[in-house]
Design a binder for this molecule. Structure first.
Ligand code: NAP
Length: 303
């Protein structure tokens, strides 16, 4: 095992009273594991059943500590900013690419993100992707047919290919639930663009690509300096739909029934599901609304 990496040595003081021998390296159980660091721990230790103090000595502890560097495409948008904020709070290095660059509102997490102004179609990827361990795309939106195909489809396909060519190991796409829509509605440009982007992620990243398919996302959305409290609708709606889950299932086979019954998800849960995707290499493939919530819960439990 390689034990040295470019990270600063950390000296910990600890007292392991129940460790009988420290002859082999101890793997610190870290949530963020990738590059290896060697920690020096000064400790005193004694056999669990024997009251003997073997004195103090320094031991080496080999720890896997992942130094994540995540590029968020659209980091100043509604979902993107929640992802940046959550990632920063987990000690993950964050770079955002979006046309308008740094948001105008203040925030300590805002100061900790590296904001790059640029259009995904003309990006200087050398500047954006260098050293990245994952790319998260929140690119998407509504508009004319042409605009929707471009931003939901082409923009993401461009980003996936840039990331793949650059050797970035993981790509996470914020897509959308299909609302159980009939096929003629799913052929609308918004969904067509999303599904093309999904195919690109899953074909270029078959063993690490992540596609999250949320329905309505609620939280505090900033528009032109104002906050729209979508949670005033989302929170009660989520509760009602959870309480009536069994009844709603009766209608689930009806076309487009999910327009009424698909549970909303909070923007913070989407962000935490992304954190789970970034940090858990076994988490890949397509994830439904419920699975997004479960992934978020996993991260909450770890805190
Ligand atoms: N909001 C929902 O309820 C919901 C539900 C399901 C799925 N989704 C999906 O979730 C994703 C995020 O949604 P959102 O509501 O957070 O959208 P949003 O607030 O409009 O954010 C979009 C982000 O993309 C950036 N962007 C747009 N065009 C770009 C380009 N050409 N190059 C670089 N950056 C560009 C925007 O910044 P600039 O304008 O500064 O470039 C912005 O940061 C979308 O894919 C959406 O379809 C949203």
């Amino acid at each position: 095992m390689t034990t040295f990496a470019a990270c600063s040595p950390i000296s910990l003081l600890g007292s392991f009273s129940s460790i009988s021998r420290v002859s082999s390296p101890i793997r610190l159980n870290s949530h963020f594991h990738n590059s290896h660091c060697k920690f020096q721990i000064k400790c005193s230790y004694a056999d669990a059943n024997v009251n003997v103090d073997y004195g103090s000595s320094t031991i080496d502890v080999v720890a896997d500590v992942k130094t994540e560097r995540v590029v968020v495409l659209g980091g100043n948008g509604f979902v993107g900013s929640a992802i940046c904020k959550a990632a920063v709070s987990k000690g993950i290095e964050v770079i955002s690419l979006n046309r308008s660059g740094r948001p105008t509102y203040p925030g300590s997490w805002v100061d900790q993100v590296t904001w790059i102004s640029g259009d995904v179609f003309y990006a200087n990827w050398d500047e954006v992707l260098v050293g990245a361990t994952a790319v998260v795309s929140t690119l998407g939106g509504v508009g004319s047919e042409e605009q929707m195909l471009r931003i939901n489809g082409e923009a993401n396909i461009t980003a996936v290919n840039a990331a793949k060519n650059f050797g970035i190991p993981k790509f996470i796409l914020i897509s959308v639930h299909d609302y159980n829509l009939p096929s003629f509605l799913l052929s609308a440009a918004y969904f067509t663009g999303k599904r093309k982007a999904e195919s690109e992620v899953l074909s270029k990243y078959p063993n690490s690509g992540v596609v999250l398919r949320p329905g309505f996302i609620y939280g505090r959305r900033r528009v032109d300096g104002f906050e729209i409290p979508l949670d005033l609708i989302g929170v009660p709606l989520e509760r009602i739909l959870r309480a009536t889950e069994n009844i709603n299932k009766v209608f689930s086979s009806l076309p487009a029934s999910d327009l009424l019954f698909a549970p909303p998800v909070s923007v913070d849960d989407v962000a935490l599901a992304v954190i789970n995707a970034v940090t858990d290499d076994d988490f890949f493939g397509i994830f439904t609304i419920e699975q997004i919530k479960e992934a978020a819960q996993k991260v909450k439990v770890l805190n």
